[in-house]
Design a protein around this ligand. Structure first.
Ligand code: TGC
Ligand code: FAD
Length: 397
């Protein structure tokens, strides 16, 4: 007879190949042995250790889907399993990795010239070069199409553009070596992608101040990108892609990764809450796990995690066959983020007063999961993307 396994209730593992399971195990061991012991300190002190990306690079976890340039060339499902393992420890660590892998490396791989790929991808794959992705601006978050950053011919440097503008809430920006910045080309008014090397920016043309005192995602580093007539070689512009298709294509892959990652965070909440409920005793020395209301909280969370993984697996398979519509990714990003946040918040109640202590880890996940529901398209924005596809009527304007 088949056995019910609360850690994988619908046996999603049976849908993964041996190679995918081996990759997940490598990521799992690294995350539990090397990341978990440092997360509490990192979160308390709002510290991100850039060596983490180098360690991930050594294991082949960065840009893992990309073929060539020192990348592993794995399936979408395998890349999802990596993000699930990283976010099982902390969404901030997954965030740093997603930006590097999906947004920067993915963007260069899809839209870069051969020279750009050869120049940046091997270093990014090793985690020796750090990347960030600048789309959001202080006045334009959900509506990046209205961005104000512009690129115009440089007044004095032949073959250079001059970029001005401000990007905010940018993961990794204070420590990034290379920045993928989206700005409008003045001549056409069209959005284009630019690779900006920190080392090549003259003093005063680039600042990347950190945004401190966050109440979520404290184990990742976030900042601004301020460009003031920054000279950027024309050769550093993505050659063809124009308009929002560029940044949104990178986002398809990062949003897919988040849909997997938040399920890892939720699974960690489930495991912590279950252990706590079995150990904590109230009323005639009963474990609180005996009480129906506690069991319902666990049942809801375990069900949502199992459904979320199955849906993400299906979209991953479709993605590799070239059949994943962006709306499918919006659906799993929205659903998995919303469900992870809702269930984590409910499971937090199982810890009683101890939920307030950061030693129990649950409050950290709840605070992080609020951010995951907000970035890469806030959940309501994904509702509208789905609503547009369902009705044919865009609700944004
Ligand atoms: P819309 O008219 O919908 O589209 C404009 C052009 O873009 C194309 N497009 C896509 N292409 C590929 N994939 C997608 N998912 C695409 N969605 C749209 C579309 O075909 C069109 O192309 P063309 O050639 O006809 O010009 O544009 P809109 O301005 O009406 O968009 C509205 C909306 C709401 C869909 C969009 O603006 C949106 O998604 N807003 C959310 C913004 C967002 O997600 N920002 C993320 C910033 S990066 C980030 O948060 C990183 S956090 C990382 C971490 O730390 O983990
Ligand atoms: P707004 O767009 O001002 O939205 C505020 C609220 O209004 C939301 O609830 C939204 O859903 C709602 N709203 C807006 N328009 C509508 C509408 N038409 N109909 C209904 N509701 C609407 N960005 C990057 O480019 N790169 C990064 O690396 C990056 N990292 C981030 C890291 C962190 C920790 C955080 C917090 C954010 C990061 N972001 C990054 C920015 C993130 O993508 C934006 O915060 C997000 O897209 C929302 O934009 P906003 O904050 O300007 O909110």
């Amino acid at each position: 007879p088949s056995v019910f396994n609360w850690e994988d209730p619908l046996d999603s593992t049976s849908l993964f190949t041996e190679e995918e399971i081996a990759i997940q195990q490598t990521a799992h061991s690294y995350c539990q042995e090397r990341l978990l012991p440092r997360v509490l300190d990192a979160y308390r002190n709002e510290h991100y250790d850039r060596k983490i990306l180098e360690e991930m690079g050594e294991l082949g976890l960065l840009g893992a889907k990309i073929k060539g340039y020192g990348c592993a060339g794995v399936s979408s499902v395998a890349s999802g399993l990596i993000t699930r393992e990283v976010e099982r420890v902390d969404s901030g660590y997954r965030s740093g990795m997603s930006v590097q892998s999906s947004l920067v490396m993915g963007g260069i791989d899809e839209f870069g010239t051969q020279e750009q790929k050869e120049k940046y991808l091997p270093g990014l794959a090793q985690g020796k070069l750090l990347g960030c992705f600048g789309l959001t601006e202080p006045n334009h978050g959900s509506d990046p199409g209205s961005m104000e950053s512009t690129a115009k011919p440089h007044p004095s440097k032949q073959g250079y553009l001059s970029i001005s503008g401000s990007k905010t809430w940018i993961t990794n920006s204070p420590i990034a070596d290379v920045m993928l910045v989206w700005a409008k080309l003045q001549a056409t008014g069209k959005i284009r992608g630019f690779l900006i090397d920190r080392d090549e920016c003259p003093p005063g043309t680039l600042e990347t101040p950190p945004l401190k005192n966050k109440n979520g995602l404290r184990a990742s580093i976030t900042g601004m990108i301020q460009l003031d007539d920054c000279p950027v070689p024309e050769a550093n512009m993505f050659p063809e892609v124009e308009g929002l298709r560029g940044p949104f294509s990178c986002l398809n892959s990062a949003r897919f990764g988040i849909a997997w990652g938040v399920m890892g965070a939720l699974e960690d909440c489930i495991s912590r809450a279950r252990t706590y409920a079995l150990e904590r005793r109230q009323f005639k020395n009963n474990p609180i796990a005996k009480y129906q209301l506690v069991q319902k909280k666990l049942s809801d969370a375990v069900t949502d995690a199992a459904y979320g993984i199955l849906a993400a697996t299906q979209v991953g398979r479709l993605k590799d066959q070239g059949k994943a519509a962006p709306e499918m990714i919006s659906m799993i990003k929205r659903q998995n983020c919303d469900r992870a946040l809702l269930n984590a918040r409910t499971l937090q109640e199982i810890f009683g007063g101890n939920a307030v202590s950061d030693e129990y880890g649950i409050g950290r996940h709840v605070a992080n999961l609020f951010v995951t529901q907000t970035y890469e398209g806030q959940s309501d924005i994904h509702s509208l993307i789905l609503g547009r596809a369902i009705t044919g009527i865009p609700a944004f304007v």
